[in-house]
Each structure stands twice: as C-alpha cells, then as structure tokens.
Design a protein around this ligand. Sequence first.
Ligand code: NDP
Ligand code: MG
Ligand code: MG
Length: 339
Amino acid sequence: AAQIWYEKDGDLSVLEGKKVAIIGYGSQGHAHALNLRDSGVDVVVGLRANSKSVEFAKEQGLEVKTVADATKEADIIMILAPDQYQRTIWSEEIEPNIKEGAAVGFAHGFNIHYGYIKPTADHPVFMVAPKGPGHIVRREYVAGRGVPVVVAVEQDPRGDGWDITLAYAKAMGALRAGAIKTTFKEETETDLFGEQDVLMGGVNHLVETGFEVLTEAGYQPEIAYFEVCHELKMLVDLMNEGGLNKARWSCSDTAQYGDFTSTVVDESTKDRMRYQLKRIQDGSFAKEFIDDQDAGAPKFKELQEKFSHEKIEEVGPKLRAMFSWNKDVKDADEAQSFT
Ligand code: NDP
Ligand code: MG
Ligand code: MG
C-alpha cells in the first residue's frame, strides 16, 4: 500500500530559523510563498530583475530579491520557474551562489529525472508536488483545506531529507489533505502521462472534438457548449467525491447505457496512450519539448496560438458571462490577482 502522511506526521519546527527561497512567483510560486509565509515560515522570493512578478509578490508583503541573492541566504531553495528555464537558472544563478548543504526542492521531477539539473552530493534534493493548479493550492489553504501532494527525496546526505519534505508539505497546507510517497521517476512519468493523455490532452481534445461534431451537424453552438463543456464540471465533482460509480449513479439509465456502450475510447486509444507513455519513459517527449524551447519555442508558440482559437473558445466567454456568480471569476488572460 502507498505510504501516506497527514498533519500529525509533519513538524513545522524543522523550518524554524531556516530561510526558504521560492524561485519564481507564478502559478505554484505564489501559492508556495504565501502558504509558507502564512504558516510562519521565513520566506524570500527570488526573481529576475525585470520580472513582471516582482510587484505581485511585493503587494502581498513578501520580500523579493534577485535569484542569486535569495539563494545566498537560503537553507531551502524551492525552484518554481517553468521547467524549461530551470536548468539555466540553476547553472547561472543558483549553483554559483548556493550555501553548502542547502536543500533543493521541486514541484515536478522533470529536471532531476531527465538529468538537466545535477546538484552536488551535499545537497538534499526533495519534491513536494501539488496535484492541483497553483491557484487552487492557494485557495484551498485560505479555506482551511489543502491540495494533496506527492513527495519524494532523491538525495539525503544528512538523513533529514524526509523531515524537511514533510515540514514543507505541512506548511503548504498539503498534509491536511495528505502526502503520498513517490520517487522523482514515478512522479515525472505519471505527471506527464496524466496531463498529456487524460487531464488535458485527453479531456481538452475530447471537449473540442465533441463541440465540432455537434456544431458541424447544425446544432446551436450555445447548446453544444453546455452539453460537452459546462456539464463536465458537475460530473467531475461527483467523480471527485465518489469516483466513476457516483458520477454514473447520479445520471439517468439512458445516459449510463450510452456510456457503457460508447465506442469513442477503445483498445486503439489505449494503444496510443501506451505510445505516449513510451515517449515519456524513453525521454523523447522531454527532449522534443526542451529542444524546441532552446530554439526559442517556435513549435510551442505556434501551437499555443492555434489552440487558443479553437471554435469552442468563440462561444465560451459569452456564455460564462451569463452566470452571475461567475462575475468575479476572470478568464485566464485577465486573472492576475493572487488572492
Ligand atoms: P509559471 O509559468 O507559473 O512560473 C512563472 C514564474 O517563473 C514567474 O514568476 C516568472 O517570472 C518566473 N520565471 C520565469 N523565468 C524565470 C527566470 N529565468 N528566472 C527567474 N524566474 C523566472 O510556472 P508553474 O507554476 O506552472 O510551474 C512551476 C513548477 O511547478 C514547474 O516545475 C511545474 O512543472 C510545477 N507544477 C506546476 C503546476 C501548476 O499548477 N502550474 C502543478 C504542479 C507542478 P517572470 O515575471 O520573470 O517571467
Ligand atoms: Mg500534474
Ligand atoms: Mg505537470
């Protein structure tokens, strides 16, 4: 059975008298920095000099320094810049300035697992990886709850790697929900698989394709939007509470029969999932992503542009605006306030 840790298993005193540098203040960075600060931890945020994020961090009352200066004083350094930039930030700003024996943390195993970052043996290397988007990690903490995390220790030169990891996870609010023990390898490969094949690559393409099939068949886009996008959340909420069985239980017999007999996902889908998994395991996905990023991300930018104009996005914003309770919820482009 999986090893799972809860609130009683983390000791915040492990972080007393320690300085924690959070590198980056984006989705994860703001959530880690604010949750740790509100748990009484001494936090400094490390950002590049011209960073757009500096004012957001300062507005929240956080101390902000350059990555180099934040690193110099830190006993624990959590690297929360985008994965593709981490190895350059590491080699240029962190490695030359890191204190002997300072612990190095990650929220995703990518750079350690694929060998892009190699801290020397004196540094504990750990992972606290929230299984949820950063803005929810913050929202749940403020609400007195937590987002579950997976945790791992890759290097443990002094034997205090797990104490640091569990204290950090507790300060994040994550032990309220639970921390599952994993390895950098398992987290990296399963995280990439989940986002590529189910949570994003699976669901997003399924929603868009369903929307296209209905509208191309002449149905109203507004109706199609509700059928293949809006209702998804309600089913996912039930799934989250009680699994597939609860989501099915709440639906009509007609819906269940259609679900059981659907041919949309079949053995060939499973074969393609296995193919995607193989590309994750053998490093070819990581290499393709990083090589494109190193070349200035031409393919990534082209895809971002293309997918931001999917047909469902033309009708989505108008319909979402109809929900009065949504009026304070901003679409992603406008969402900058980290509350
Ligand atoms: P973001 O894209 O949100 O991070 C952006 C932040 O990094 C900004 O503050 C940006 O500042 C800063 N940054 C970018 N480049 C540099 C640089 N060269 N030097 C210093 N700071 C820089 O990242 P995420 O939060 O999405 O991801 C961070 C880590 O967390 C990744 O390892 C990711 O895999 C992991 N993760 C992310 C999840 C999520 O919810 N997004 C979920 C679980 C794990 P600037 O204004 O300077 O650009
Ligand atoms: Mg993930
Ligand atoms: Mg991920």
